[in-house]
Write a protein that binds this ligand. Sequence first.
Ligand code: HEC
Ligand code: HEC
Length: 237
Amino acid sequence: MEWFSKAVPILGLVLVGVGCGDSDEETGPNTRYYEGADSKALGVAGNQADCATCHANDDAKGRPGATLKNIAYHSSFKGGGAATLLDASNACIVGWMGGTALTDSDPRWMELEAYIESISDPAVTTPNAIAPEVLADEAAYESAYAGGDSAAGQAKYTQYCSGCHASGRVVGPANSPTLTQLAAHSVGRIAQQVRTAGPPPSGSADASDTTPGPMPFFEPSDLSVSDLKDIIAYIKS
Ligand code: HEC
Ligand code: HEC
């Protein structure tokens, strides 16, 4: 019965593989690496952010990253900073999620790419503009973002921020601070964090100088100046 003791673990592995819901030609593209446990596992151990935390797969607003709908066939990504869909996705997997870059032939990437292609029109090739709002320093953000309407800000905070900040969601290695912790910061510091993912290290007004941190940045096209003003007024109220 020697074959049997060897075959049992092998059989076990096969069954586990089936149970995980491996996709194949029969099931077609699926969201497995876009949202849920397998997507989160592309990041560092304990990471709770999946692609869907930051990117819609439809036209819905409210997330910091661009929608992945109609993105697969763009001629470049990240405002020219990434040549391929894989490079752009890896920038997120490594930079925000704290994981290891995927390769072209990795089955996880092939499945994720097939999904993004399935929601993309090959005729849409024009890249998205990328334009983070980088002001000189915290004081400049303070004067640009003071004076919002806190009553109007509550619903906007729920839409844009609480998905991470209400649940303490772990993004890459970092916990999202609570509302009380956010409120301890100045208006200028909050605005700077939202617009640049943190204070630029050199303080220069250079878009390439944003600090990639676990918190993604929101461009004005994703979150308007007046909406962010209201959100900050709500946080500070
Ligand atoms: C914590 C938030 C976050 C997570 C998680 C994340 N991204 Fe991103 N991603 C961003 C931000 C912010 C940008 C740059 C700004 C933008 O695209 O609007 C970006 C940019 C991109 C771009 C380039 C967009 C463009 O317009 O050129 C692609 C493609 C992309 N991400 C794919 C992915 C994929 C695939 C995953 C999951 C494996 C993922 N991202 C996970 C926040 C995130
Ligand atoms: C994808 C998840 C995510 C979203 C969405 C998000 N944040 Fe964050 N935020 C984080 C994480 C994670 C940190 C911790 C970053 C670190 O430790 O470097 C953070 C940090 C911050 C900080 C710095 C706090 C500190 O103590 O250092 C501020 C301020 C902030 N967020 C405000 C906001 C606001 C306002 C919004 C909505 C417009 C928002 N965030 C949306 C994940 C998120």
